[in-house]
Ligand binder design. Sequence first.
Ligand code: RP5
Ligand code: MG
Ligand code: MG
Length: 279
Amino acid sequence: AAPHVKSRCVQYPGSKIQRFLVPDDKVDWSQNWPQYNPVSYTHPSVVNKPAWADPDIDSFSPKFNAVDGAVDRTSFDDSYKIEEGKPLNPHGRTGVTGRGLLGRWGPNHAADPIVTRWKLDAKGEKIFHSVSKLPILQFVSIKRKDCGEWAIPGGMVDPGEQVSLTLQREFSEEALNTLAISPSERAKISERITELFKSTGFQVYKGYVDDPRNTDNAWMETIAVNFHDDSGNSVSELTLQAGDDAGQVQWVDVDSSFLLYANHSHFLELVSKERKAHW
Ligand code: RP5
Ligand code: MG
Ligand code: MG
């Protein structure tokens, strides 16, 4: 696989920290590199010991490469190495040690709901792309508040939470703003969402995320699932409203030229291939 890129972004997000520059041929840990001198960084929000974060490494002994109580510390890749008590990023060097903005040492598990529909004209007919001659898909995209980039409305799997629930919960929180509406409205939406999310889920991707928050000792992994509203009368009818860590939300045409957060574009490419849609 190509070496991770966003995990080596010069400026560590949410900080003034500059990563130690890692050239492509030095990403892999198997390359001996005595000059490697990464910056150690853990964001104050993580140092402050919130409920979603691990303690510092000297004050706890987690079960790495295992399900550790309610926290799944296994990787979707092979088992990861531990060096001086700290997990090593299976995709190689990032120029930063510690956890940065991530709560867990080792893998931080997320789930990404990719909700799609066909792009239709006024008569309700599918719109075909002029070059590829394939029908165009649209997906629900959010603009992240933290970095201003467009992304899939994903989020972290809570300890012990079923991924199927994370997918629904994060979509509802970020794209439908269910954290801010009345219980009766929430119940109505939840019914629709549960219906769509149970019938047509297609697992697109499971593995490492090339996320700008990754470090040498903490990284993102995800399960991305596509929920497709083929008829256009299920989730397409719900009013989108940005919530939680999303600043904006809208239906966006699925196209290779649309820039997205982390490696989310790769997940959409897999969706469009699967659905024989324009990419
Ligand atoms: C990405 O970060 C995942 O693919 C997912 O979309 C997201 C989860 O983090 P938060 O949205 O909770 O910050 O790596
Ligand atoms: Mg969220
Ligand atoms: Mg999120």
